[in-house]
Design a protein around this ligand. Structure first.
Ligand code: NAD
Length: 255
C-alpha cells in the first residue's frame, strides 16, 4: 500500500511513538485521526493543521468511545487505510511490593489499556475497513499494533505490562489469519527502549541501565525510527501476521 496521502487512525497519537507516526503520515501528505486521553496535546495537534488532523478524545478502554471515534474518523478521512495502536501505559509494579500484594485493579488497568484497548481499536477499524474498496492488490487496510520486548523477556516489576504485551503479540497471527480474506494485514512492532514520555518518567539510573544493555546502537531508540518501520510495514505487503522486534538487539535482564 502506498504511504503517500495515507488516511490513518492512531491511538496514543498525541505523544511519543504514536506522535511520530502522526508526524510521518502528515509529512507524506496524509491525514490523521488521533485517539487519545491527552486533551491538551491532542487539541494542539488539531489546531496546527485542522484540515488534516482530527483529535477525538477517547479512552481506549471504553468500547463505545472507540467505536464512535472510528465512525468520526471515517467521516473525516473518507476511508481508513491504516490504524496504529500506540495508546499504552507502563503499569510497573511488583506483585509482592513494599506496600503489600499488587491490587487486582492495577493489573486490570494495565491489561485494560494495553491489551483490551488495542483489541477495541483493531475490531472497530477492521469492521470499517472490510466495507472499503480494495486497492489493485486486493488490500483494504493495515493494522499495526504495539507490543514491547517485555512481551518476551519482562523484567521484575513487569508482570502486568508483560502480560498485556504478550497478549498483543499473541493475537497478531490469529487476527491476520481471520482478516486475510478481507485484504487486511495485521502486524505488531515490539520496541525496545525508546525516548518518549513513558521512559522520561523513569529515573536517570534506570534509563542509563537500560541504554547500557542495548548492544548496538547503544542509545535509546528515536520515535521516528518506530514510525519509519510503520511506513515500511504499510508499503511491504508481504509483512503480515508477525511481530518485529525493533530493539538494537537488547535482551532485557531480570532487573
Ligand atoms: N517508549 C518505549 O520505550 C516503549 C517500549 C516498548 C513499548 N512501548 C509501547 O509503545 C506505546 C506508546 O508508548 P510511548 O512510549 O509513545 O508512550 P507515551 O506515554 O509517550 O504515549 C502513550 C500515549 O497513550 C495515551 N494513552 C494512555 N492511556 C490511554 C487511554 N486509556 N486511552 C487513550 N490513550 C491513552 C497517552 O495519553 C499518550 O499520549 C505503548 O503501548 C508502550 O507500551 C514503548
Amino acid at each position: 500500500m502506498r504511504f503517500e496521502k495515507l488516511r490513518a487512525v492512531v491511538s496514543g497519537g498525541a505523544s511519543g511513538l504514536g506522535r511520530a507516526v502522526t508526524d510521518r503520515v502528515l509529512g507524506a501528505d496524509g491525514r490523521v485521526v488521533v485517539l487519545d486521553v491527552a486533551r491538551e496535546a491532542g487539541q494542539a495537534l488539531m489546531s496546527a493543521a485542522p484540515e488534516r488532523v482530527l483529535y477525538v478524545p477517547t479512552d481506549v478502554r471504553v468500547e463505545s468511545e472507540v467505536d464512535q471515534a472510528l465512525i468520526r474518523a471515517r467521516e473525516f478521512l473518507g476511508r481508513i487505510d491504516l490504524a496504529v495502536a500506540c495508546a499504552g501505559v507502563i503499569g510497573a509494579g511488583r506483585v509482592l511490593g513494599r506496600e503489600g500484594p499488587m491490587p487486582s485493579e492495577h493489573f486490570q488497568r494495565t491489561i485494560g489499556i494495553n491489551l483490551i484497548g488495542t483489541f477495541h481499536l483493531v475490531k472497530a477499524a477492521a469492521n470499517l475497513m472490510q466495507a472499503q474498496e480494495p486497492n489493485g492488490e486486493g488490500e483494504r487496510g493495515v493494522l499495526v499494533l504495539t507490543a514491547s520486548v517485555a512481551a518476551f523477556e519482562g523484567q521484575i516489576g513487569q508482570a502486568a505490562y508483560s502480560a498485556s504485551k504478550g497478549g498483543v503479540a499473541g493475537m497478531t497471527l490469529p487476527l491476520a489469519r481471520e482478516f486475510a480474506r478481507l485484504g487486511i494485514r495485521v502486524m505488531t512492532i515490539a520496541p525496545g527502549i525508546f525516548e518518549t514520555a513513558m521512559v522520561a518518567g523513569m529515573t536517570d539510573e534506570i534509563r542509563q541501565s537500560l541504554a547500557s544493555q542495548i548492544p548496538f546502537p547503544q542509545r535509546l531508540g528515536r520515535p521516528d525510527e518506530y514510525a519509519a518501520l510503520v511506513r515500511h510495514i504499510v508499503e511491504n505487503s508481504m509483512l503480515n501476521g508477525t511481530t518485529i522486534r525493533l530493539d538494537g538487539a537488547i535482551r532485557m535482564q531480570p532487573k
